[in-house]
Design a protein around this ligand. Structure first.
Ligand code: LMR
Ligand code: MN
Length: 427
């Protein structure tokens, strides 16, 4: 049976106006629908507000207009304020659509009051709590996520999704690695259940690596690969195009980037000069990838876009990079100088995507510095390029003296089609 909206108008004229507005909505006559349903006389009527929100929502979609979408969301929220009056199914319909549109706008925190009232109405449904957690994580509010998770786990101590998220928060927000491992292991026990997802395997393995438990990490990576979450135990990027050739080190001659590599090598002295002259603009690495030491970088091109003013500071570097569209236009990579100081160890990690290859041009102090990619460790040479795939596990040591400088140039993976290069979302 169909539940009714509360507060139907008693006057048959206004009732009919709402029927007409509903017909407008079916016909795609959104302006007319909005006009009828937003009459002042219908102000307290839930069906009228629902119709106003729906037609603004469809109008926004058709016109791709975020201002109209914001108005639609505001009306959904207005309607939900009277949630006490709404029957279960109506509440769910309105709430789900409002949350969907809020997520589309990317304003995740705005979904909180909606989840709160869903949780109040359906206190036995753990999904709403877990979805609220995800909204907080999307909004970069791991602190708020943690407090929801604690409550959730009190009542649902075996909920796999909550266990996985709590492990993730303990690791990435509070750096409590041992505790994180306990929760993530429970979330993924026997490789079954709702938390059987790439990211939970990724974070469990990464926490074990950070703890120096390499054997256990490898077991987790093997399990993740067996579940199809990783391309292989060593290649653990999460944003992948599956058919691309996988190998950790790429001899330059096996790539279409020979000309670019040779041009970089020919001009290495000028490139070094440009990298040194811009010292004041380097930024410290902030992803927490180094176990000890100092590592800083100067971004030149990020996701296929020049950082404003940088090519003026590094004109030779930029003109060479810009001669290769697969480098300058690589929206899943960067062009940057990378300076690592003596005594630094960059712990084993993987990049986010298999869609790029990473060229390094050695520029200074490469003696006693090492990079392992997959099973094979190599050394930089001044004025020489090598190419690797940073979606494979890699690790760097600086056991020498003086700042080791390299130029990093990411290029599209050669197997990607022109359409993929144009349309893959940037990373
Ligand atoms: C990395 O990408 O982790 C390192 O190779 C960077 C660097 O400067 O060596
Ligand atoms: Mn790396």
């Amino acid at each position: 049976f169909e539940e009714n909206w509360p507060g139907e108008p008693s006057d048959p004229y206004w009732s009919q106006q709402l029927d007409l507005a509903e017909e407008d909505l079916r016909q795609g006559a959104w302006s007319s629908c909005e006009r009828r349903a937003s009459a002042a006389e219908l102000g307290s009527c839930a069906r009228a507000q629902w119709l106003v929100a729906r037609c603004l929502d469809f109008m926004a979609e058709a016109k791709r207009d975020n201002k109209i979408l914001s108005r639609a969301i505001a009306v959904y929220l207005q309607l939900l304020k009277q949630n006490e009056r709404l029957p279960d199914q109506k509440l769910v319909d309105v709430a789900h659509r409002a949350i969907d549109r809020i997520q589309f706008r990317g304003t995740y925190l705005n979904a909180e009051p909606i989840y709160r009232l869903l949780i109040r109405r359906f206190p036995d449904n753990v999904h709403y709590r877990n979805n609220l957690t995800v909204s907080f994580l999307m909004a970069n509010r791991a602190d708020l996520a943690a407090s929801v998770l604690k409550e959730t786990l009190l009542r649902w101590p075996d909920d796999r999704i909550a266990l996985g998220h709590y492990g993730y928060v303990l690791k990435n927000q509070y750096n409590l690695l041992t505790e994180a491992v306990t929760y993530l292991e429970k979330a993924l026990e026997d490789d079954v259940g709702a938390a059987n997802e790439p990211r939970f395997y990724y974070h469990l393995g990464d926490a074990l690596l950070q703890l120096g438990k390499f054997g256990e990490a490898h077991e987790v990576h093997k399990r993740g690969a067996a579940q199809g979450h990783f391309l292989s135990p060593e290649q653990r990027s999460l944003y992948n195009v599956p058919r691309l050739k996988s190998r950790p080190w790429w001899p330059i001659e096996t790539t279409p980037y020979i000309k670019l590599a040779r041009a970089l090598e020919t001009s290495w002295r000028e490139i070094l000069k440009e990298g040194l002259a811009a010292k004041e603009f380097y930024e410290k690495e902030k992803e927490g990838l180094k176990e000890r030491g100092e590592w800083s970088q100067l971004d030149i091109i990020v996701r296929g876009k020049e950082v404003p003013g940088r090519c003026k500071r590094a004109p030779v570097t930029c003109s060479i990079v810009k001669s290769e569209a697969a480098a300058a236009g690589c929206r899943r990579g960067q062009v940057k100088f990378s300076a690592i100081e003596p005594g630094t160890h960059v712990r084993p990690h993987v990049g986010p995507t298999n869609c790029r290859l990473r060229m390094h041009l050695g520029l200074s102090n490469t003696k006693d510095t090492f990079i392992r990619v997959g099973q094979e460790t190599r050394q930089w040479e001044i004025g020489k390029v090598f190419i690797f795939d940073d979606s494979f596990e890699h690790e760097v040591w600086h056991n020498g003296t003086g700042s080791r400088l390299v130029l990093i140039v990411d290029v599209w993976h050669p197997d990607l089609t022109p359409t993929e290069r144009r349309t893959l979302p940037a990373i």
